[in-house]
Design a protein around this ligand. Structure first.
Ligand SMILES: C=C(OP(=O)(O)O)C(=O)O
Ligand SMILES: [Mg+2]
Length: 556
């Protein structure tokens, strides 16, 4: 049935294709008592599901080869473990459904493994994956994890975690649609990094059936379900027009009267660098180094592994600026070796710089790797700390940088309202500020950035957020230091003009947004941007601020 759904557009462009679901990680079948005459049928269903999952794992292993093949074959063996099969059968005899029997039998086995020493405990995640696959097959719902498809598709998920990044094949993902997640969630960040259109916070998104054709407009936030051929054609035409208009924009970021606002890229590692260079990024404004640690979050990569990754990014911008953020572990980016598992409220817990100050050896290793990576390169290296709350935090970070012998500028991210309000005292310790508007919005409005229902409060146009940006930018101006924005706010072309008007000195964003921001900034003078910023701050709501800025800039 044709219909139009509306969410929040977070990554420009149009994608048309069939949806594939990101399978749910944990499925718990309801415990129902089945009549004795159905037991035999349930036994057969359980056996078939186990055999099918084992065969699928072996087939995937054959395709993957190497180390992955060994892991997948070991998982196939787990699925067919005779002890487990016997336990499943016993549970069905006493009235369990096949899916519940599998679920409970695996739970018992899991408890055994978890208590059996370090090596076996490490296999628990593999066992959970096998269980999820068998249960999903029995329940007739999508397999957990990234869809298994050879055809390009629109990825549909409740939300995406940073760890999913590693598993996605960019060649196959046409776009994202998520039910949860606001404009600053990792789904949004990931989509911009991959340069694919995305709509988040779309209520009921996961109810769209597998294989439904959708057209995703990442600029308007609209998702057309089963669009007609004419609608598809029209959308493609508009997208091509937008793209052609952007292709003409190049060179450094500047207003129409020549005020420079360097446009930098947000990257998660060397793999994102080619897109940044292609988009004409003037450097990197945020290198999220924790993304390098996500592959194996049980331990930190060695100093040499880190050095190699940093060097690749630094070499890509020989004369440019590269701002590296030291590890931001915790909350939405947990790393097993650093993040406490039992925090009642991880976003307000030990994360970011707080974690590093508790683990000085991890910080020192990272800083040493950075110092070595920059040796002999003409690049302007800048290093900053996430989640700086006050001057003591800023001083502790600057001290650690000095001790590591780092020849770079040291900076602080402004992500906590206290840091924006007391930017002046933080600037007494560091040489630059970078506004992380994603977390700054989260903490200003007490609105978890991962909760789609709170998207209204995470809107970076909220005047309270603009006030905090203005306070930090003004403190930096007074101190003769720079203050950039590296949160997702910088990727909204209209808001980018307002940020420049507030005194922000550089803008860093997912590479795909750079041409849009460059083209918009080039249309207005700095004075017009300042007037738009003033009008936006005078509003009482995000919508009001956006409309007021729009009005000033369109000369109405
Ligand atoms: C840039 C930011 O950091 P991250 O999104 O990685 O938390 C931010 O919080 O705005
Ligand atoms: Mg942040």
């Amino acid at each position: 049935m044709q219909k139009t759904l509306r969410g929040v557009g977070v990554s420009h462009g149009v994608a048309i294709g069939q949806v594939r679901h990101m399978g749910t990680a944990v499925l718990e079948p309801t415990a129902v008592q089945i009549p004795a005459e159905e037991a035999e049928r349930e036994q057969a269903r359980a056996r078939q599901a186990v055999d099918a999952v084992a065969a699928d794992l072996i087939a995937r292993g054959n395709l993957a080869g190497g180390e992955a093949q060994a892991v997948l074959e070991a998982q196939a063996l787990m699925a067919q473990d005779p002890e487990l099969a016997a336990d499943v059968a016993r549970r069905i005899v006493v009235g369990s459904s096949a899916e519940r029997a599998v679920y409970d039998a695996f739970a018992a086995y899991r408890a055994l493994l978890a208590s059996a020493g370090e090596y076996l405990a490490g296999r628990v995640a593999d066992l959970d994956d096998v269980r999820n696959r068998i249960v999903a097959r029995l329940m007739g719902v999508p397999m957990p994890g990234v869809p298994d498809s050879d055809e390009p598709y629109v990825l549909l998920a409740r939300d995406l975690a940073p760890a999913d990044t590693a598993l996605l094949d960019p060649a196959l993902v046409l776009g994202f649609v998520t039910e949860e997640g606001g404009p600053t969630s990792h789904s949004a960040i990931l989509a911009r990094a991959m340069g694919v259109p995305a709509v988040v916070a779309l209520p009921g998104a996961t109810e769209l059936a597998e294989g439904t054709t959708v057209a995703v407009d990442g600029s308007s936030g609209e998702v057309l379900v089963e669009p007609s051929a004419e609608q598809q054609q029209e959308l493609r035409r508009v997208a091509a027009e937008r793209k052609a208009a952007l292709a003409g924009s190049s060179g450094p970021g500047r207003t129409s009267d020549g005020h420079l606002v360097p446009l930098l890229a947000n990257v998660g590692g060397p793999a994102d660098v080619p897109a940044a260079v292609a988009a004409g990024a003037e450097g990197v404004g945020l290198f999220r180094t924790e993304f390098l640690f996500l592959d194996d979050s049980a331990k930190a990569p060695s100093e040499d592994t880190q050095l190699a990754a940093y060097r690749q990014v630094l070499e890509a911008f020989p004369e440019g600026r590269v701002v590296v953020r030291v590890l931001d572990a915790g909350a939405d980016k947990p790393l097993d070796f650093l993040t406490p598992a039992d925090e009642p409220n991880p976003a307000l817990g030990v994360r970011g710089l707080r974690t590093l100050l508790d683990h000085p050896e991890v910080l020192a290793t990272q800083l040493r790797a950075l110092a070595r990576a920059a040796e002999g390169l003409p690049v302007h290296l800048e290093v900053m700390a996430p989640m700086v709350a006050d001057r003591a935090d800023a001083r502790a970070f600057a001290d650690a940088c000095r001790e590591a012998g780092l020849h770079a500028k040291f900076g602080a991210m402004v992500e906590i309202p206290s840091a924006a309000l007391r930017a002046r005292s933080i600037l007494a310790e560091v040489e630059f500020l970078s506004l992380g508007t994603n977390d700054l919005a989260q903490y200003t409005f007490a609105a978890d950035r991962q909760v789609g229902a709170l998207a209204r409060l995470q809107d970076p146009w909220q005047p309270a957020l603009l006030d905090l940006v203005a306070a930090a930018a003004e403190a930096a101006r007074a101190a003769g230091k720079s203050c950039g924005v590296c949160g997702e706010a910088a990727s909204d072309p209209l808001l980018a003009c307002v940020l420049a008007g507030l005194g922000v000195t550089s803008l860093s964003m997912g590479s795909a947004s750079i041409p849009y921001v460059r083209a918009m900034l080039a249309k207005f003078t700095l004075d017009q941007c300042r007037r738009a910023a003033e009008a936006a701050r005078a509003a009482d709501s995000a919508e009001g601020a956006r409309a007021a800025a729009q009005q000033v800039l369109s000369g109405e």
